[in-house]
Design a protein around this ligand. Structure first.
Ligand code: PLP
Length: 377
């Protein structure tokens, strides 16, 4: 019988425990397996019962035929692009995650794999895309850190007509709020370090797909490049993901109230949150997401120094990179997550020195808003 998302979170991916009656599958802390075992495990780099459990859980969340887990989000990205050859082209959203940009520019370029960056929120970009022959189209929605939304269904239609694979980095939304494969994407990639694990205590990545060919390429990349997670980390993620639905509900309601409070402060130039009624993408948000997730971005009228000073005044928000954990964090993208992006590029995409990204946790919203008001007053 087919069950709903919340039920799958708890009941799918619970195998390899039948001999003991354990309610929760144990961690298989082993590097190797006896030859000829019934499930054909051979060596943990090419598979472990814990990875299979996690893959079954995460695949079910996007109704995907296949899921492959990795040691980190960047390892998942590496696996996808390792299938490319010299001369191949990636066309990416200009506002992608800083480390994705760094990998494309500072690693892939040496191997002759080219990338081009466009603003996928603009109508003309889809026309430009039709004149190129990319192997991969790479987008994120919402984007990091500007919280711009991209119409996944429209980009998927154009990518399909060009026979390009569309990769959607779904880290910011999580599969609870957005299902890229259902909107036509070829691959849905997440850093499980963020909302999926949700507890900021390990790194991980996953790619979900309905393409057998892609699934084989990804499994090969795990073995050939050594991109597998550790059995301990994959167990932590299996544990963390069980509460994904509950956590996302609170992240969404807290973030919306926080964005509304931030929007009316005199020191904010603008605020973006997909489900904020004033957000330019709010109608697209309602079409492709079931909630706005937990990230809020704002630009203040402060200088760079004053912005950082105010952020350090916050007591409940730790000034740190990352997002998606139960605790609230705040980040200064220009000097932190996007420090490796050249200044001209940052400015051209709008990552200014007064831009601040909040990852709203699941604390009581009144405490979060009071902390904000105190730090800014
Ligand atoms: C964090 C993140 C990644 C990279 O994931 P790691 O687990 O840190 O390697 C990729 N994409 C986005 C959008 C992220 O936020």
């Amino acid at each position: 019988m087919k069950h709903k998302f919340e039920t799958n979170l708890i009941h799918i991916g619970q195998d390899y425990k039948e001999q003991t009656g354990a309610v929760i599958p144990p961690i298989y802390a082993t590097s190797t397996f006896a030859h000829g075992n019934p499930e054909n495990f051979d060596y943990t780099r090419s598979g472990n019962p814990g990875f299979r459990n996690l893959e079954n859980t995460l695949g079910s969340l996007e109704s995907a035929d296949y899921a492959t887990v990795f040691s980190s989000g960047v390892a998942a990205i590496t696996a996808v692009v390792s299938s490319l050859k010299s001369g191949d082209l990636i066309v990416a959203e200009e506002n992608i995650y800083g480390c994705t940009f760094r990998l494309f520019e500072q690693v892939l370029r040496h191997y002759g794999i080219k990338s081009l960056y466009l603003d996928f929120s603009k109508e003309e970009t889809l026309e430009t895309l039709k004149e190129l022959s990319p192997k991969i189209v790479w987008i994120e929605s919402p984007t990091n850190p500007l919280m711009k939304l991209i119409d996944i269904e429209r980009v998927a239609a154009v990518s399909t007509s060009l026979e390009a694979s569309l990769v959607v980095d779904n880290t910011f939304a999580s599969p609870y709020l957005q299902k890229p494969l259902e909107l036509g994407a070829t691959l849905s990639l997440s850093s499980t370090t963020k909302y999926i694990n949700g507890h900021s205590d390990c790194l991980g990545g996953v790619v979900c797909t309905n393409s057998k060919e892609w699934s084989e390429k990804l499994n090969f990349a795990v073995k050939a490049l050594g991109l597998n997670p550790s059995p301990f980390d994959s167990w932590l993620i299996s544990r963390g993901v069980k509460t994904l639905a509950l956590r996302m509900e609170r992240h969404c309601s807290n973030a919306l109230s926080f964005a509304e409070a931030l929007e009316v402060l005199p020191v904010t130039n603008w605020v973006r949150y997909p489900f904020l009624p004033s957000d330019p993408d709010s109608s697209l948000a309602r079409r492709q997401m079931t909630g706005g997730s937990g990230l809020v971005v704002a630009e203040f009228s402060y200088s760079k120094e004053e912005t950082i000073k105010r952020l350090k005044e916050l007591e409940l928000f730790v000034l740190a990179e990352s997002l998606g954990g139960v605790e609230s964090l705040v980040c200064h993208p220009a000097s932190m997550t996007h420090a490796s992006v050249p200044k001209e590029v940052k400015e051209s995409v709008g990552i200014t020195d007064s831009l601040v990204r909040f990852s709203i946790g699941i604390e009581h919203i009144d405490d979060l808003i009071a902390d904000l008001k105190r730090a800014l007053s």
